[in-house]
Design a protein around this ligand. Structure first.
Ligand code: 4AD
Ligand code: MG
Length: 460
């Protein structure tokens, strides 16, 4: 194991009077007489551990007094109760070993607050800041909590492929994967001589493959990167994002909504209990009211509306929307946000959308006009979850796929699932970055993924 005590452990255990040894990066140094106060952070928690270095240290003049923000060091010392405000313990150093210097003339992270736009230009250093460090911890805690939730509820994790020949959403947003040079992609069948013998791409969703495993294992989920060549330069879209997709056999739309709501509540509870200090930072500097909002998500039931009811609410609102509302339109972010932020003041689950605006796999309702879809809308974000009951009837599915212009031969395996032991089944996709945005209150999705990929931008 790694021989290293993390600062979070020192704060947790508080072994006052005992020797401690830890490593981290210097946030600030302040001198006072024959003392240097060093604020050290190792990324394990938001708080810095203060170290008091005295001038009897043999490298005090030669090294300690030259330390600047960003230097890495190892400290040995004794933990003592701290007289200073805002901290309970500090360390009296017995030795300070400099591991790596950081030239103060060129180190870009100085003590002042930097804009998130500037920090995006230094993606390799921004996780050392308070806000981005907190985002990274919350992201990790939520990812782990998702796996724990599904594990505890008996779901099997399936690793669905990144490279696929199926365009699940049928929206034509697949990035092509090719081993050919640009000039070789020619003729009527440009991919016939390519690596896979046909056009392949990066997955837009693991759903279709998750359905295969739901129809053998009942309860499954996949959680991994997905890709969309969607030219949307918004604060809620990425070209590469992580999606959680549970898929459940013997399950209808109602069951699907129950699982999604229970999961989101459980994730809000996890954030509130396991990420307290980080959430307080967001509450103070990023999004006032965040902790109350998350507590309400945890404690109050979500509001349910059909699409038809939602359209009626929007028409009744008396608001002027940029995209006028009428039955049949796809709801835009402004409509979604009105429903959850102003009308319900809670997460809203909108169901039964017109079949014309939803993908082929959603189950056709008895009215023949709508499908058993559900979107979960939340404040500040809009759509957090999109899901549905799946069409399990072979003839209805084949007709919808043909109408969508899909090659039935290529999707023969998908139809087989309806030929051999078909069952009602349902699932949903949760955009993981949108969840992290919702939980942290961060305005822009580019701040909640370590290395954002957006149109025109993939720097490293
Ligand atoms: O609504 P979507 O397109 O649904 C699906 O892909 C289904 N196959 C999921 C399923 O039923 N298994 O995407 C699901 C969620 C959205 O609600 C949104 O939160 C997120 O994925 N999402 C994006 N997040 C970031 N950037 C993008 N470009 C996104 N597109 C969708
Ligand atoms: Mg959607």
């Amino acid at each position: 194991m790694v021989q290293m005590t993390r600062i979070i452990e020192i704060f947790r255990q508080q072994p006052v009077g005992e020797a401690v040894e830890f490593s981290g990066w210097l946030r600030t140094r302040r001198d006072s007489g024959g003392l240097a106060f060093l604020e050290i952070n190792d990324g394990s928690c938001l708080a810095n551990l203060q170290v008091i270095a005295e001038d009897h240290l043999n490298n005090f003049e030669t090294e300690v007094k030259k330390l600047s923000t960003g230097c890495s060091l190892r400290v040995q010392g004794v933990l003592v109760a701290s007289p200073a405000k805002g901290q309970t313990v500090e360390v009296r150093a017995e030795s300070v070993t400099i591991i790596g210097w950081a030239d103060p003339e060129t180190y870009p992270l100085q003590k002042k607050r930097h804009s998130f736009e500037f920090l995006r230009t230094i993606a390799h250093l921004r996780s050392r800041t308070n806000a981005l460090g907190a985002v990274a911890r919350v992201r990790s805690a939520l990812s782990f909590a998702i796996h724990r939730f599904f594990h505890e509820h008996g779901f099997l994790q399936v690793h669905t492929p990144v490279i696929t020949t199926s365009d699940c959403e049928g929206a034509g947003e697949m990035f092509t994967v090719t081993a050919l040079e640009p000039g070789q992609l020619q003729g009527a069948q440009p991919f016939a001589n390519d690596f896979f013998g046909k056009r392949a791409g990066l997955t837009v969703s693991g759903q279709l493959q998750a359905e295969i495993f739901a129809l053998s294992h009942g309860l499954v989920y996949t959680f991994g990167p997905t890709f969309r060549a969607e030219n949307s330069n918004t604060s809620r879209h990425l070209a590469e994002f992580w999606m959680l997709e549970p898929e459940m056999a013997f399950c209808d739309l109602r069951g699907n909504m129950e699982v999604a709501e229970a999961m989101i509540k459980s994730l809000a509870a996890t954030a509130l209990t396991e990420c307290t200090a980080d959430l307080e930072l967001f509450e103070q500097f990023i999004a006032k009211g965040l902790i109350e909002k998350l507590s309400q998500v945890r404690d109050r039931p979500f509001v349910h509306l059909t699409y038809t009811e939602a359209v009626a609410e929007l028409e009744r609102s008396g608001k002027t929307f940029e995209f006028p509302v009428q039955w049949g339109i796809d709801l835009q972010a402004e409509h979604e946000r009105y429903l959850c932020e102003e009308m319900a003041k809670a997460p809203v689950i909108v169901t039964n959308y017109p079949e014309t605006i939803k993908p082929f796999y959603m189950r056709l309702d008895d009215d023949g006009r709508t499908v058993a879809a559900m979107d979960i809308l939340v404040a500040g974000i809009g759509e957090l979850v999109g899901g549905s009951q799946r069409e399990e009837r072979l003839d209805v599915l084949a007709a919808r796929m043909a109408a969508a212009g899909l090659d039935l031969e290529q999707y023969g395996w998908y139809l087989d699932l309806r030929r051999f032991g078909s069952v009602p089944h349902a699932g949903f996709g949760l955009g993981f970055e949108r969840l992290v945005q919702f939980v942290t209150g961060m305005q822009n999705i580019r701040e909640v993924i370590p290395f954002p990929r957006t149109p025109g931008s993939a720097p490293c």
